[in-house]
Design a binder for this molecule. Structure first.
Ligand code: PLP
Length: 383
């Protein structure tokens, strides 16, 4: 049986007519950059994410970059995040000239460990303390980071919080008083990616920044267009971070289905859980749902050992799987200058060595999930 890691064709077949109609409208208008569809998408995404404002941008990477630029973060500043994330989180920090400060992750959620956060901040040199400007918690794999504790540390140190919600649109977090908030609405900026493999994927590159601050909103819009406050009047240096109307039109169609797709992803996760539990597979650690709504952009398991052999075995059996992420960022050659040692972040290093992402996309059929678990059982029996 073939079980790809992700298959976008089936989803497209279901909504093809609507998509073609929406794109035809853009073709007919011959207006391709920003415009009414982008504005409509911004309103819808802001509403969906329970934020006051949203600004469409060219990618998730650019969402992070434009947030840092708008916050005025630059050379000599420090930004705290984890080394166990997609490259863009840390790449954006370095690109504005700031220095990434890493905090290890929690071993069951793979998200920033708030205790490590306190520790990392206490290790920053006295004279550098005032240069720590922001924290970037990553809602990895589709589950919110421990925001209560992260927000508290941020408040205590007067830091801005830029949520990397690229994998987590629609993820929910419950506060102690029962209030539920969505990814991207808890910090000062929420950064989203509509890369095709994300839960809400465009037909190309696209992203969004959310905020509840009107001034930030206006600055983001200016920054997105070369810092152009009025036509050919530049008070600061921005870039071209604009979103295509075509992508906005497509995303407007797809957004209507997002909750249904999330429901199916969660159903798939729950079937994996049931099957793995029946097996009593001690060799496998399943993803834990610690926060209110995990949206399962990825379903990542941890294997005690022989991860790479299992990956190879599954590939031979027709099961697509992927390692997110094989090299933690503090061990990347381009970040050698930060001076970290491999053992500085043992939980990230362990995750990089032992985790494996399994197929979880909404259109997956139950028999495919059964097959994946069967194949993993077969592999483990061979030892
Ligand atoms: C996908 C992703 C990004 C970057 O988004 P792009 O749209 O690919 O630029 C940033 N951070 C995380 C955690 C991501 O998963």
């Amino acid at each position: 049986m073939e079980v790809p890691l992700l298959d976008l064709k089936e989803q497209y077949e279901d909504i093809q007519e609507e998509i073609l109609l929406a794109t035809k409208e853009i073709f007919d208008s011959q207006r391709f950059i920003l415009g009414p569809k982008v504005e409509e998408l911004e309103k819808r995404i802001a509403g969906y994410c329970q934020c006051d404002y949203a600004v469409g941008v060219s990618s998730g990477t650019d969402a992070l970059l434009i947030s840092l630029m708008t916050e005025g973060i630059g050379i000599g500043d420090l930004v705290v995040t984890t080394p166990y994330t997609f490259f863009a989180t840390v790449g954006a920090v370095a690109r504005v000239g700031a220095r990434p400060v890493f905090v290890d992750i929690d071993k069951s959620t793979y998200n920033m460990d708030p205790e490590g956060l306190d520790l990392a901040l206490s290790h920053v040199d006295e004279e550098e303390k005032s240069r720590v400007k922001a924290i970037i918690p990553v809602h990895l794999f589709g589950q919110c980071a421990d925001m209560v504790r992260i927000l508290k540390v941020a408040e205590g140190h007067d830091l801005s919080v830029i949520e990397d919600a690229a994998q987590a649109i629609g993820a929910e977090y419950e506060f102690a008083d029962g209030e539920i908030k969505r990814a991207g609405s808890m910090g000062h900026y929420g950064c989203f990616s509509f890369y095709p493999t994300k839960n809400l994927g465009a037909f190309g590159e696209a992203g969004m920044v959310t905020t509840n601050d009107r001034v930030v909103y206006n600055n983001l819009k200016t920054m997105r267009n070369h810092g152009d406050v009025a036509r050919y009047d530049h008070s600061f240096i921005g870039g071209n971070f604009r979103l295509d109307a075509l992508q906005a039109a497509i995303l407007l169609v797809k957004l209507k289905y997002l909750d249904e797709w999330i429901r199916k992803r969660r159903e798939n996760a729950s079937l994996y859980w049931t099957l793995f539990r029946e097996e009593g597979l001690e060799w496998i650690l399943l993803p834990e749902e610690m926060e209110k709504r995990h949206v399962y952009n990825q379903f990542v398991i941890k294997i005690r050992d022989r991860r790479d052999e299992l990956k190879k075995y599954l590939a031979e059996k027709g099961v697509g799987c992927e390692v997110f992420y094989p090299v933690p960022l503090h061990m990347q050659a381009c970040f050698e200058y930060l001076g970290y040692k491999s053992e500085d972040f043992p939980v990230s290093v362990e995750a990089a060595k032992k985790t494996l992402g399994l197929p979880i996309y909404p259109e997956l059929r139950p028999e495919q999930i059964h097959y994946v678990v069967d194949m993993i059982r077969e592999f483990l029996r061979q030892r």
